[in-house]
Write a protein that binds this ligand. Structure first.
Ligand SMILES: [Zn+2]
Ligand SMILES: [Zn+2]
Length: 175
């Protein structure tokens, strides 16, 4: 979206919103994000982009935002590295003055800084799928030879008997 407020280059997720606190209720501004790399505390993200719309309310600043990013991840099936796409939405009131906040993370500081980092960390943690898969159809590593079956089919028979079943078979009474 054009016409967004300039971000702090060294700390783009901590927004300088002091100029909004003197405005009347309903005053609104957009903050656009397009960061090749960003660290949200312990979460490393690439291609972070999105926008946040901030609106002055009687209680502080209401923030609504949508963000997408890439998280470098490892597939649980084939153990390959891949780029996990993540999307997060934000819809929170940041209280001002901060003394009125019930949650200190959801407050604009007395110096006029709105810190998006704690809330974005929560949003992106929730956005991570329970099962990290490079592809929903990932064929996984072969349980017999360890080959990555996404790269090439195995050259041994598909259904070899699991050696553990051979042991069980030897325990069965002879026919
Ligand atoms: Zn995989
Ligand atoms: Zn194999």
């Amino acid at each position: 979206m054009p016409g967004g407020v300039q971000l702090n280059t060294h700390d783009p997720l901590r927004l300088n919103v002091g100029f909004m606190l003197h405005e009347s209720v309903g005053f609104s501004r957009n903050f656009d994000f397009d960061l090749p790399e960003v660290a949200i505390e312990d979460i490393q993200l690439a291609a972070f982009s999105g926008n946040a719309s901030l609106t002055r309310t009687a209680q502080g600043l209401y923030a609504q935002g949508e963000f997408t990013a890439i998280s470098p991840s490892q597939c649980v099936r084939c153990l390959g590295e891949y780029d996990q796409q993540l999307a997060a939405e934000l819809s929170e009131l940041f209280a001002y003055p901060p003394a009125s906040a019930s949650d200190p993370q959801l407050a604009v500081s007395v110096t006029g800084i709105l810190d998006l980092i704690p809330i974005l960390r929560d949003c992106f943690l929730l956005a991570v799928p329970l099962q990290l898969l490079c592809n929903p159809d990932c064929k996984a590593l072969c349980a017999i030879c360890g080959n990555d079956r996404n790269q090439a089919a195995c050259d041994h028979p598909e259904a070899e008997v699991d050696p553990r079943f051979e042991v069980l078979k030897s325990l069965l009474p002879k026919q």
